[in-house]
Ligand binder design. Structure first.
Ligand SMILES: Cc1cc2nc3c(=O)[nH]c(=O)nc-3n(C[C@H](O)[C@H](O)[C@H](O)COP(=O)(O)OP(=O)(O)OC[C@H]3O[C@@H](n4cnc5c(N)ncnc54)[C@H](O)[C@@H]3O)c2cc1C
Length: 411
């Protein structure tokens, strides 16, 4: 049994924990990154079939972190720019149209397959002084006023000034730190798969609001698109169990024929859809980031982006405290992080929940009102630009108080 002592111990090397480790490595802190799964398991093509829409500000952050080679440099060859977003309400002809030229940026965001993001993050971690401890299961957390100690299933321990819970929706660190969580389950399942189509997508992302929920078609490289098909939770199991030709017929009836014939590539994944919010983002010697702190419906593709915003804020408060020679895990440092993230998190959770409730039903008066709403937003330049800037991560919680990393600056 051994005892390791570091400045910061990050529990969870998923998309968010991996990014935080890569960000903190560049400030010279001693960082341990612990995950129950090895990088090989997490980057396997069969592990995570999702692709993520990365907004513009988080993309700038990925370009600002990493040592010799930035995380973005490792990712750029796999990224598909989103130039245009078209939102349609079922069969209705009214739609909201977002075009990158309206905001004067090269793209509205970028699509990346999660396996490529994981590969790039683990490569950045391997090229840094971060101590990767995997596979290793964290089973307990103890805190004193001066330190936190993690206990691993192997019997080894890791002590740190600060423990970061980046251990996902069912966060054990959150529970061990005594932080409660509120959770709302939608009666919906996210069916995720990738399709190849005959015609090019021209870098357009589509969101069709159908009765069961949103059906998103997100552009990938090589005439492929990633689909996030929201279905009623009671129907989804029988849909994914259909023989492939029948599954494809169901899929095509929702997708439409505007991109020609479709072929499915790789497996079908399903995700229960829910929203959750930790009662607090911090506890003594503990901070939560990503899905450990909050989770939301994928309707707006913002879960990982919000986690990246946590990373940017936490890395900045840690870097500022270290620069002043202060204790990086003390309550004042952690309170600054929690205060910074509170409003943005609440706004994003509230917006995604409201959007999902508004669009996942077929009640006629609601449909008419939302179509009018979409048309009004589309026709009103300032309202449209506000939503675009928020979705692109250029503002947060209605303010422009962005952490340095999200402005593309170094820590
Ligand atoms: C269908 C779908 C589509 C989505 N699309 C988008 C999108 O387009 N854009 C976007 O921004 N977001 C999107 N999201 C959300 C996004 O995928 C998540 O917010 C993100 O993956 C959360 O990452 P995380 O690192 O916080 O958590 P996780 O990915 O859950 O990682 C947690 C890690 O902690 C490890 N761990 C847990 N407990 C322990 C323990 N006790 N000991 C050791 N290790 C442990 C796990 O092994 C895991 O690696 C989508 C989500 C869904 C469901």
């Amino acid at each position: 049994m051994s005892e390791l002592s570091v400045d910061i111990a990050i529990v969870g090397g998923g998309l968010v924990g991996g990014t935080l480790a890569a960000a903190l490595a560049s400030m010279g802190a001693e960082v341990a990154l612990i995950d129950r799964l090895t990088p090989t398991m997490q980057t396997d093509a069969a592990f995570d079939g999702r692709a993520s829409a990365i907004a513009l500000a988080p993309q700038k952050m990925l370009a600002a972190i990493g040592q010799e080679t930035s995380v973005w440099d490792r990712l750029a060859a796999h990224a598909t720019p989103i130039l245009d977003i078209r939102v349609a309400d079922g069969a209705s002809r009214l739609f909201l149209h977002y075009d990158h030229e309206e905001v004067g940026t090269p793209a509205l965001g970028y699509m990346l397959e999660n396996r490529h993001i994981r590969t790039a993050l683990y490569a950045a971690v391997a090229a840094s002084n971060v101590r990767l401890i995997a596979p290793a299961e964290v089973v307990d957390l103890e805190t004193t006023t001066a330190r936190a100690r993690l206990h691993l299933a192997s019997g080894d321990t890791i002590s740190a000034s600060l423990v970061v819970g980046a251990d996902g929706r069912l966060s054990g660190i959150r529970a061990k730190a005594g932080i409660g969580v509120d959770e709302w389950r939608y009666k919906q399942t996210g069916i995720v798969c990738t399709v190849r189509h005959e015609r090019p997508h021209h870098n357009v992302a589509h969101e069709h609001f159908l009765t069961a929920g949103p059906f998103a078609i997100l552009p990938l490289s090589d005439n492929r698109s990633s689909l996030v098909w929201t279905e009623r939770a009671d129907l989804a199991p029988s849909i994914v169990a259909l023989p492939d030709d029948q599954f494809m017929r169901e899929l095509e009836s929702r997708f439409g024929d505007f991109l020609g014939g479709l072929t499915r590539e790789g497996p079908i994944w399903t995700y229960p859809l829910e929203m959750h919010l930790a009662h607090r983002a911090v506890a003594p010697r503990v901070a939560l980031v990503g899905d450990a702190a909050h989770g939301m419906h994928p309707i707006a593709g913002q879960g990982f982006n919000l986690g990246l915003r946590d990373v940017a804020a936490l890395a900045e408060v840690i870097a500022d405290a270290a620069r002043l020679g202060l204790d990086i895990g003390n309550s004042a440092t952690l309170a600054r992080y929690a205060d910074w993230r509170r409003l943005d998190t609440l706004v994003m959770l509230g917006l995604t929940d409201a959007l999902n409730r508004l669009f996942s039903n077929d009640i006629a008066p609601v449909r008419v009102l939302r179509d009018l709403g979409l048309a009004a937003v589309n026709a009103t330049g300032p309202a449209k630009r506000f939503f675009m800037r928020h979705a692109m991560g250029l503002t947060q919680g209605g303010t422009s108080d962005l952490p340095r990393l999200l402005r593309g600056e170094a820590l």
